[in-house]
Structures are given as structure tokens and as C-alpha cells.
Design a protein around this ligand. Structure first.
Ligand code: GLN
Length: 540
């Protein structure tokens, strides 16, 4: 019998509800339970794949090729499970499913309504997670905050769901925020009280309240929340803002949340295995102190003002740097600046460069300039998807002399489309969910830098999200010029990894390795980037 934990948010958004859900997952997993986490997003896009990173941050790709909310990245990094497409459901997806059924005639004669048709579909989508993952506990996070109009069907659905499952097998956690009034130096519980009142008016009584705050929360404040919101004293968990996300599971555990949850849900009471996690976070915290050696990586991208757009890249770098006992410092460099002769002073100081994924022409020439700089100055470089493509364009232009080389994504009339639309993409007209998505195998070339990074593995599996690929017509010319195609699809048709032979580490992957990095298991390509960056700096 699967147990359910429903997480709602109150007062304001952006207080880290996703990380909190992920952290709850980790403390339950530490008790030997199989955990899955689902995000319900009340917006009307069918998935975030067509949204601008400025709107939504990174699009996280699951193994089965779903384009999902970035919170799924937190979930996977914390619970270390491969989630699937059932784990992110938007209102748009729910409506689409219902409307498709309506057109098929499944409801012939009926009037289709939010209640019960939309709510039933939401319930079906929630139940599907348990079915597909066979998890002991499914944590369901409802996006947005209580009071949002578009969130209402989701709250009604989880209310009904809990009614159906019963009190012993499902509970509600409400994540709120305690604002700090500067003039009196006080934290305020009133917005929390209001938000719980709003929830109760919808028939949902939270059993646990997680009170986020930027300041220390005194015990009597927790008692006040317990009294006014009618929850157990020990079920009010303060969660003070932290600079180390991976410390959150320990804060929750040490506040007694793990015990409380297993008790409330009738789960086996086991001692949580968190000692390795504790050691890991202790080390990460120590590295945050200034006196530690720092590794400086430049991320040359076009959405750099919004770091959330590169969430998994940022985390993957942090995992790799921490594992090598270095404090990570990221320099965010807008690629468009490099085109205008700005930002070079910063680029010249970094130990390694990442050009991450992206779409569209803006900032491309700057990324190509960054690749040229990395190649000529022998600065360690990791290109992720688009970053692999720009690395190839640069090589074509400046090593092979194809001056107009480009990707046909940016220039359809170029004589040298070294990056071109994939054959399967030719007839595709819809934008949503139609890229090459999800996990694909890749064979590594023995003796290559990529193979060495992966511990001389033969074949690896990585996650993809792209429409364009390396144009095979140019393989021989590139190889003659000193580019090694060190990762190919098993049929040899697709270039998945390219690297420059005569360079300490200039590797580009057509896939997105950042999605598979874990705090306690950094990704090999990121580790190799950091390792070479440190070695090269030392050699200078
Ligand atoms: N725009 C490129 C493509 O579609 C790269 C995509 C990406 O970086 N995810 O192939």
C-alpha cells in the first residue's frame, strides 16, 4: 500500500518548496523506503519545454524523455532515483487528456466539468506515479501557493484523494514563510495562520507545517503556530534559509520530521542511514569558508542573469568541485558581451569554461569566441549540447578554414552546415515535445579523453534534448584536422561526443551530463573538467 504526502505552499512562492519536498524524500529514503516525488504545476502549458528559461528556469529532462520542471532535478539529486514522465503533470496536460477523451466520445452525452472530470484526471495522474514507480511513499508537491485560482482543482483533487486513501496513509504538509519585520525585529506568524485558514476552507487540514524563515525561529513562535493552526507542537518544523541546499534533509531530520512522518503514516521505524550524507554536507560546508582553495569556472551562456536557467549545470559543478575539495566559484559571463568586447577580463581569469545548452541565435557568436579562446589558450572546456555544437562551428571556421561554417539552426544558407537538423526532425512542425529527448546509449572510443573520464567504460547512457546534430559529411575533414569523435550512437550514425586531440580537455557532448550528477556521485565529465582545470592551473 503506497503512502502519500501532499505538500502545499502558503504565503509566498520561491521559498524552496521543491527542495523541501526533495529533502523529505531523502530522509524517508534513508529509512530504506522507496520514494517517488511528483510535481503538479497549475499552469496551462502542457509541459515547460516550450517556455523561455526566463519564465521558468531550466527544463529538466527525465530518462524517458519528458521535459519537466526544474524541481524534478532537485528531486533526483536528493533521492537519487530516475523519475519518469508521470512525475510532472501540468493543468495543461490534465485538460488535454480530458479534452482528447471528450473528442473521442468517451463521455458521450455528458457535460464535462472541472469537478469531477478534471479532478478525477488529476487523481488518476497522481495514482499513476505509484503504479509506475512502485514507491512505498509518493510525495506530491503542488506548485504555486494556496489561494491561486488555477491551483484550486489540484487542491480539491488532493483533498478527495486523501479522503479516499484514509487518514492513516496520507497526510498534508504545508510549507509557509514567516516574514521578518525590521522595525520591531520580529517574525510574524499571521500570514501562516491566514494561509492555513484558506487551506482549511478548502477542506484541507495540514498535519505538518514547515515554517521557512530568513531568521532563527524561537520555540514559542512554533507553539503559537501549533496552537492557532491546530497542529501538533512537534509537527511545526522551522526551516531557516541556508546556503547549502543539501543540508536541508538534516535540518528536517534533526527537527524530528522523519520520526513524525513514519509514526503518522504507520511506516516501519528504522534508524535513518544519514551518516554519509552528514559527512558530505559537513565537507561541503567547510569548503564554503574562504581559506579553502577555489576553482573558478566561467559559464558562458545567454540566460546568465537568471541562474535557475542553468540549475543542473551549477549543481553538477558544485558536486564535482566539492568532491575534489575545492570551493566552487562560478563566473557568469553573458556570451553577447564577448561579441562586444566585454567580459574578456573575467573570462581570462577562469580555470575552466562551460558553454551550456541553449536555443536560437542570440549570443551564439560569443559562445564561438569563447570556444576559440579555450582552444587556442588550452583552457579546459566542457560544451553541453549547444556548447558542443559551438565548439564544432569554431573548429570548422578557424582550424579547417570554412569561414561561413554554422549550424543550420542559425543560418540556413551557409555553405558549410557542420551542425544540421537531424534526419528524423525534417518533417516535424510541432514545437512541443518533439525533440530527440531522453536517454540514449553512446559508445566511447577507447583511448579518448571522454573514455578516460568515464573510467574506460565501453558504453554509457545519457539524456538528450536537441534537434540538431553534427553533420556526418564533415566527419573526415574534422578528424583530419584533429577532432576526435569519442562518443557515437551504437549504430555509428550520431556524434554524441567530440573532443580536441591536442588539448588538455576540450570536450563537447551532444547530451546533457548535468542531469545525472549527484551530490555524492559527481558526473565524470564535470569531474574531469575540474580535475584538468586544477592541474592546468598548477602547471602554469
Ligand atoms: N539548439 C540546439 C539543438 O536543438 C541545442 C539544444 C540544447 O542545447 N539543448 O540541437
Amino acid at each position: 500500500m503506497t503512502k502519500y504526502i501532499f505538500c502545499t505552499g502558503g504565503v509566498v512562492s520561491s521559498v524552496g518548496k521543491g527542495v523541501t519536498a526533495a529533502a523529505i524524500g531523502r530522509i524517508l529514503k534513508a529509512r530504506g523506503l522507496k520514494v517517488a516525488i511528483q510535481k503538479l504545476d497549475p499552469y496551462l502549458n502542457v509541459d515547460p519545454g516550450t517556455m523561455s528559461p526566463y519564465q521558468h528556469g531550466e527544463v529538466f529532462v527525465t530518462a524517458d524523455g519528458a521535459e519537466t520542471d526544474l524541481d524534478l532535478g532537485h528531486y533526483e539529486r536528493f533521492i537519487d532515483e530516475h523519475l519518469n514522465r508521470t512525475c510532472n503533470v501540468t493543468a495543461g496536460r490534465v485538460y488535454m487528456n480530458v479534452l482528447e477523451k471528450e473528442r473521442r466520445g468517451d463521455y458521450l452525452g455528458g457535460t464535462i466539468q472541472v469537478i469531477p472530470h478534471i479532478t478525477n484526471e488529476i487523481k488518476r495522474c497522481i495514482a499513476l506515479v505509484a503504479k509506475e514507480t512502485s514507491a512505498d511513499v509518493v510525495i506530491v508537491e503542488v506548485g504555486g501557493t494556496v489561494g491561486d485560482i488555477e491551483g484550486q482543482p489540484f487542491l480539491e483533487a488532493i483533498r478527495q484523494m486523501r479522503h479516499g486513501i484514509g487518514r492513516n496513509d496520507a497526510l498534508f504538509i504545508h510549507v509557509t514563510f514567516l516574514p521578518h519585520i525590521g522595525a520591531t525585529g520580529e517574525l510574524k506568524t499571521k500570514p501562516t495562520q491566514h494561509s492555513v485558514r484558506e487551506l482549511r476552507s478548502l477542506g484541507i487540514q495540514p498535519q505538518v507545517i514547515i515554517a521557512r524563515s530568513d531568521h532563527e525561529v524561537e520555540k514559542d513562535l512554533c507553539s503559537k503556530i501549533a496552537l492557532f493552526c491546530d497542529v501538533d507542537q512537534e509537527a511545526v518544523i522551522p526551516l531557516v534559509t541556508t546556503d547549502l541546499l543539501y543540508g536541508v534533509p538534516l535540518v528536517l531530520e534533526d527537527a524530528g520530521l522523519g520520526e513524525y512522518l513514519v509514526e503518522a503514516l504507520g511506516l516501519p521505524r528504522r534508524k535513518p542511514a544519514l551518516s554519509e550524507w552528514r559527512q558530505m554536507t559537513a565537507r561541503m560546508r567547510e569548503l564554503k569558508d574562504d581559506h579553502h582553495d577555489t576553482v573558478r569556472i566561467g559559464i558562458v551562456g545567454k540566460y546568465v542573469e537568471l541562474h535557475d536557467a542553468y540549475m543542473s549545470v551549477k549543481e553538477a559543478l558544485f558536486h564535482a568541485a566539492s568532491a575534489q575539495n575545492h570551493r566552487l566559484e562560478i563566473e557568469w559571463i553573458y556570451s553577447g558581451d564577448l561579441e562586444k568586447d566585454r567580459g574578456w577580463d573575467v573570462l581570462e581569469t577562469v580555470d575552466g569554461i562551460i558553454v551550456p545548452g541553449g536555443f536560437g541565435y542570440r549570443g551564439i557568436e560569443g559562445k564561438i569566441l569563447a570556444a576559440r579562446y579555450a582552444r587556442e589558450r588550452r583552457v579546459p572546456y566542457l560544451g553541453l549540447c549547444l556548447g558542443m555544437q559551438t565548439m564544432c562551428i569554431e573548429f570548422a571556421r578557424n582550424v579547417l578554414g570554412y569561414e561561413d561554417a554554422n549550424s543550420s539552426e542559425f543560418e540556413t544558407t551557409t555553405e558549410h552546415p557542420v551542425i544540421d537538423l537531424m534526419y528524423e526532425q525534417r518533417g516535424v512542425t510541432d514545437m512541443g515535445g518533439t525533440m530527440r529527448l531522453g536517454v540514449y546509449p553512446c559508445r566511447l572510443a577507447a583511448g579518448s579523453k571522454a573514455a578516460a573520464a568515464y573510467g574506460n567504460a565501453d558504453c554509457i547512457e545519457e539524456r538528450h534534448r536537441h534537434r540538431f546534430e553534427f553533420n556526418n559529411e564533415y566527419r573526415d575533414a574534422f578528424a583530419d584536422g584533429g577532432m576526435v569523435f569519442s562518443g557515437l550512437s551504437p549504430d555509428g550514425q550520431l556524434v554524441e561526443i567530440a573532443e580536441i586531440q591536442d588539448h588538455p580537455f576540450m570536450v563537447g557532448s551532444q547530451f546533457h551530463p548535468e542531469f545525472l550528477s549527484r551530490p555524492n556521485a559527481p558526473h565524470p565529465l564535470f569531474s574531469k573538467l575540474i580535475e584538468t582545470a586544477l592541474a592546468e592551473r598548477k602547471a602554469k
